[in-house]
Design a protein around this ligand. Structure first.
Ligand code: ADP
Ligand code: MG
Length: 734
């Protein structure tokens, strides 16, 4: 900025030196002389004046307009005013000249008027002060820059005199200490700023030597302290020390970060040294830069054996291509997070390792380094394999329903359970529908919806239709996995084929039904037997008194009552299996007795009963009364099956290897059709007018209670064979 100053000065002295000497002095100092004629409005210049105006020196007068044209337009008025003043008193003026080359020159002119000797003229000297102005400006700017540097510096800065008294402080210093500059002027610096243990040391240090970046703490007015790095700079003027600056750099943030970094480093070191997982770092070319000591217990190598090696040496040759492909993907910029592969141990063994990767890249995405954390998962994999094997044996399928895709992932066994190819993998709900039995489908769907809406577990048995038309029972259990906001993420579960168990249940129920029938029968039989005895007695009594016509009806009544009595007796036998008296006995004489008992009835029906010769049977243990009842039932059935006569063959035998004895009753009667054969032994199944349909059932019961078997073979038109097999008696020691 051009800021001319006008100085009004005293008139010059009247002493005039030698003009030639004056001229040479002016020339050597570059000062121009001029004289303006106020009447003619032109000016006479020395060569130096021409040069100052950037013109060639010439022996001529310069017209005033020409001069004014070369003066900076902003200064012209001031120059004209100064000339007017100079006619009265000498004046100093600074103004700017525009050079032909376009540059600006700062000049200073002193103008005087010598009205006595040269009236009507103003004389002056002119000198170039451009350089001085520039220096001044630079100095001012430097000062300003310094001031703003101090003012806005984030570091606290204060200046002290040699007595240690604060003379200036910036805003940051005020902020850091909590006192204003005015307050500081009245405070002892060292005792206020530093902690008591530091004050003395600091004072000595600042006065005696340079302090550079010394880390300490300074106190704030409110009592808290700040970590700072302190630097002192001497304030030197003209080579003399007049005081010093103190600079406080707030390093609390750095301190905190350093502290955190140290903790992190220690933690990292601790993890890396002690982890069971192996931590490894690799450069972009796949070479080991670092591997943690845990590699020794896991793989047998010492870390220094592996550093510098290529990772390819470590993996099983079959798995290396997959791992190498992952490496290429990393180099290509993709982020691979995890893989599992077999690693070769030092002694040549193999371990399954699961590795999690973290990748460091530069700003352009180029791969710098890969950090991998590997875990030995061999046991987990073995466990998974044996679990899968166990699941297969148990026919336990596993499934996961994904809430996002609405699809089911199925384990191999699960596919088998559903009658699908084992490698089906996933299934949509739509494809599952036709597999579920139509009667179970609505229940399954509503159960599943309900559990997703508000439940956590799911359990039900359902039927599925296999492609071959068979029906299988599956027991399904599921568990709902929910996210942070209660939304369903997936449902996981197992499914077990329980068809066999169900069938064994469909058998147990039959047995239970039978025992229920038995108990019922016992109750009824007891209730019936007593009134029956009365009825029978009174009917006989009345029959004696009745006339001949009525006699016929009484006979029918008596027949019917006998029939009721037979049924009741058989029912009682059925219900009283506990009334047994076991002993060791021989079957042949027992069967012979039964045959002898039934012989008259057989003869009446024209049936011939024959007992075949047989080697001696081993003795059996049993209740002779009950066993007799068995053969009475069987032989009677044979006789009754052949009202028109026929043959009954009774055969005995033994199987020494399994130590069993058997008795077979074979007839050549009409036989039993296949559909009826399956019903044989069902209570009240009888094809006879006078039959009870309980004989076979009772017999089978008795035989089974003797740990034996009753088997019926029959062919329509050929005959029926009923075989009873009983275990041989093993003696008291067995
Ligand atoms: P019931 O003799 O009172 O009819 P069972 O239980 O003894 O009752 O026999 C049931 C049915 O089995 C008989 O009614 C008959 O139809 C059939 N059955 C049993 N044994 C024979 C046989 N040897 N030949 C043909 N059918 C038989
Ligand atoms: Mg019978």
């Amino acid at each position: 900025m051009y800021n001319p100053e006008v100085h009004i000065q005293e008139p010059a002295s009247s002493w005039i030196p030698d003009p030639e000497r004056t001229r040479s002095v002016l020339r050597s100092s570059g000062i121009g002389v001029w004289e303006l004629n106020l009447c003619r409005l032109d000016s006479a210049w020395t060569p130096e004046t021409f040069e100052l105006f950037g013109m060639e020196p010439a022996d001529r007068l310069v017209a005033l307009p020409e001069i004014l044209a070369r003066i900076h337009p902003a200064d012209v008025t001031r120059v004209q005013a100064a000339v007017d003043v100079a006619r009265v008193v000498p004046i100093d003026l600074e103004y700017r000249i525009l050079l032909d080359c376009g540059a600006t020159r700062h000049v200073r002119s002193r103008m005087v008027s010598d009205g006595r000797h040269r009236p009507g003229t103003v004389t002056g000297i002119i000198e170039d002060i451009t350089e001085r102005r520039t220096l001044e400006r630079q100095l001012r700017e430097g000062q300003e820059r310094y001031e703003s540097l101090k003012k806005y510096n984030p570091n606290g800065i204060c200046s002290l005199d040699l007595h240690g008294q604060i003379t200036d402080a910036n805003q940051a210093f005020e902020r850091m200490t909590g006192y204003t500059l005015d307050e500081w002027r009245c405070l002892p610096l060292f005792n206020t700023l530093f902690l008591p243990q530091d004050a003395e040391w600091a004072e000595a240090a600042f006065f005696n030597r340079l302090v550079e970046n010394v880390e300490t703490r300074v106190r704030h007015r409110d009592g808290h302290t700040t970590d700072v790095a302190v630097t002192s700079v001497p304030m030197v003027v003209d080579g003399r020390r007049i005081g010093f600056y103190i600079m406080l750099q707030d390093i609390s943030q750095r301190k905190r970060v350093e502290c955190e970094l140290r903790t992190t480093q220690r933690l990292y070191q601790m993890i890396s040294m002690n982890a069971l997982d192996v931590i490894a770092r690799s450069d972009a070319s796949g070479r080991v830069i670092y591997i943690s000591p845990s590699v020794t217990p896991v793989l047998g190598y010492r870390p220094e054996e592996l550093v510098g090696q290529e990772f390819s040496h470590l993996f099983h040759p079959e798995d290396w291509p997959t791992v190498a492909a992952l490496g290429e993907r990393l180099v290509a910029g993709e982020d691979v997070e995890r893989f599992t592969a077999r690693v070769v141990t030092k002694d040549g063994g193999l371990r399954w390792c699961e590795t999690t990767l973290r990748v460091a890249r530069d700003l352009s995405g180029r791969l710098l380094e890969v950090v991998g954390v590997s875990r030995d998962v061999s046991e987990t994999i073995q466990l998974r394999e044996s679990f899968e094997h166990a699941a297969e044996i148990a026919r336990l399928g596993h499934w996961t329903w994904d809430a996002e895709t609405h699809s089911l992932s199925l384990s191999r066994q699960m596919c088998v359970n559903l009658g699908l190819p084992a490698e089906t993998g996933t299934l949509t709900a739509k494809r599952l529908r036709p597999i579920v039995h139509p009667e179970d489908l609505p229940g399954v769907v509503s159960d599943f919806r309900e559990v997703i809406r508000a439940g956590d577990t799911f359990h039900r048995v359902l039927r599925v239709l296999l492609p071959d038309g068979a029906v299988r029972y599956l027991e399904c259990q599921g568990e709902v996995m929910r996210g942070g906001e209660g939304e369903v993420v997936r449902v996981m579960g197992t499914t077990q084929d329980v068809t066999d168990r169900k069938q064994a249940e469909e058998t147990i129920m039959k047995a239970e039904k039978l025992s229920a029938v038995g108990q019922l029968a016992a109750g009824i039989a007891h209730e019936i037997r007593n009134p029956l005895t009365a009825l029978k007695g009174f009917t006989q009594l009345l029959a004696k008194r009745a006339d001949t016509d009525s006699q016929r009806y009484f006979r029918i009544m008596q027949d019917e009552l006998s029939r009721i009595e037979r049924i009741v007796n058989e029912m009682l036998l059925l219900a009283k299996p506990q009334a047994t008296a076991y002993r060791v006995l021989h079957l042949q004489p027992l069967v012979a007795e039964v045959v002898a008992l039934l012989e008259p009835e057989a003869l009446m029906n024209g049936v011939h009963v024959h007992i075949a010769d047989a080697p001696a049977l081993p003795p059996v243990e049993g209740d002779p009364g009950q066993l007799k009842q068995v053969w009475i039932n069987i032989v009677k059935n044979a006789i009754e099956a052949m009202p028109g006569g026929g043959h009954v063959d009774v055969r005995c035998g033994t199987d020494p290897t399994v130590r069993e004895a058997w008795v077979e009753v074979a007839d050549d009667g009409p036989g039993i059709a296949a559909d009826r054969l399956s019903q044989l032994g069902t209570p009240f199944f009888s094809t006879k007018e006078k039959g009870t349909g309980l004989g076979m059932m009772v017999s089978r019961r008795i035989v089974e209670q003797h740990a034996g078997r009753l088997e019926v073979q029959s062919a329509v038109g050929v005959g029926t064979t009923v075989r009873v097999t009983l275990p041989a008696y093993r003696g008291t020691g067995a």
